[in-house]
Ligand binder design. Structure first.
Ligand code: GLV
Ligand code: GLV
Length: 355
């Protein structure tokens, strides 16, 4: 291999490995057993000679690592994730390193997990499962695990990009929910879908579904019965869900987060769950992963899973393949390898990220 490429983790599938090794790369996969690598662990992996690195969202990719990668002759880094809040893209580019991410292949898988969390929270699936396994079921009762019906209610989507729009479609098509969304960009295709589906339902004598693009996020929080968060994490979305915004939500709303943990003030959320037993959440991500804020694990009105939204075999193999293409695209040149998923730095801290 002419080029040395390092992957900080073993990843699913073999296609990404073959892509690299069939194309002049010597691949080194880290065998360290601990889950989260430190900056020092990664410095040791980079060593004196490294052309590209495939890294993970649990790692802190800033100037220390990118300047080391530059000194080692490197030009390429790919995150195995669509989100890249763990990467300082400006520092990377300053060191001549291109940054890639893995959009597209995880859209539907992530949306399906958000839908699963919605249903689990609305119908109290995990609570009921625990009740059953604990041997507490002693006969059908009219009030046993009564939850929320989704049909005809309003789904609120904060951030109607690829994943938010796919989630909205699932909830609208599957459960005939009305849509209210908040995004800086107009979700034209999603609006057209809801309009067409509404016409279809009406033609069949059913209640049509409707959509509304909210002027403010608060409108969504006030009006929606289910709220799912799909923004990117940056300074503008940190603690987007804070005590004031929790307070305006319906007392029996369902809140879902499969984006990034710090979008929610998790301490405030625990307090809100304690004060409002009918309020339910489905969480895939946490402010301080892998930890949960004190008290969250005791809340029966919370469904919690360990950041598995993109965890389908097809998607994870696709993400791994994209990381290899991203690195090869840079090392071998774009004309040969097509346009990899290269992330641009935000123009300034006030501009909105591209997508
Ligand atoms: C996973 O969290 C991702 O951003 O792909
Ligand atoms: C419930 O099981 C019913 O039959 O209504």
């Amino acid at each position: 291999g002419k080029y040395r490429v390092v992957s900080t983790k073993s990843m699913p599938g073999t296609r990404w490995i073959r892509l690299l090794t069939d194309n002049d790369c010597r691949l080194e996969v880290c065998t360290e057993q601990k889950t989260i690598l430190s900056v020092d662990d990664i410095l040791a992996l980079i060593g004196d000679r490294c052309d590209g690195v495939i890294g993970q969202l649990t790692e802190d990719w800033g100037d220390v690592l990118f300047s080391a990668l530059k000194r080692a002759g490197g030009t390429a880094f790919s995150n195995m994730a669509v989100g890249y809040n763990n990467v300082d893209v400006v520092a990377a580019n300053r060191n001549g390193i291109a940054v890639g991410n893995t959009p597209g292949v995880l859209t539907e898988t992530t949306a399906e997990l958000a839908a699963s969390l919605t249903l689990s929270a609305a119908r109290r699936i995990v609570e009921a499962d625990q009740f059953m396994r604990a041997g507490l079921y002693d006969g059908w009762l009219p009030h046993l695990f009564v939850g929320n019906l989704l049909k005809g209610q309003t789904v609120g989507v904060i951030g109607a990009g690829r994943i938010g729009s796919a989630y909205a479609r699932m909830m609208i098509e599957g459960f005939k929910m009305n849509l209210i969304y908040y995004d800086l960009y107009q979700a034209t295709r999603l609006e057209k879908f809801v309009t067409a589906y509404g016409q279809f339902l009406k033609a069949n004598g059913e209640e049509p579904v409707t959509w509304e693009r909210a002027a403010t996020m608060e409108d969504v929080l006030r009006e929606a019965d289910v709220i799912s968060l799909h923004p990117v994490l940056d300074k503008t979305t940190y603690h987007l869900i804070n005590p004031e915004r929790l307070a305006i939500m319906k007392k029996d709303a369902v809140l879902v987060n499969a984006s990034r943990g710090p979008v929610i003030d998790e301490v405030a959320l625990v307090e809100h769950l304690k004060a409002n037993p009918m309020f339910r959440v489905g969480l895939d991500v946490f402010e301080d992963e892998p930890y949960m804020k004190p008290g969250l694990a005791d809340m029966k009105n919370a469904v919690v899973v360990p950041h598995i939204a993109s965890a389908s075999k097809w998607t994870r193999e696709g993400m791994a393949t994209l990381t290899a293409l991203n690195v090869l695209g840079k090392i071998k040149g774009y004309p040969v390898w097509g346009n990899p998923n290269q992330v641009e730095p935000f123009l300034d801290e006030n501009s909105t990220p591209p997508r």
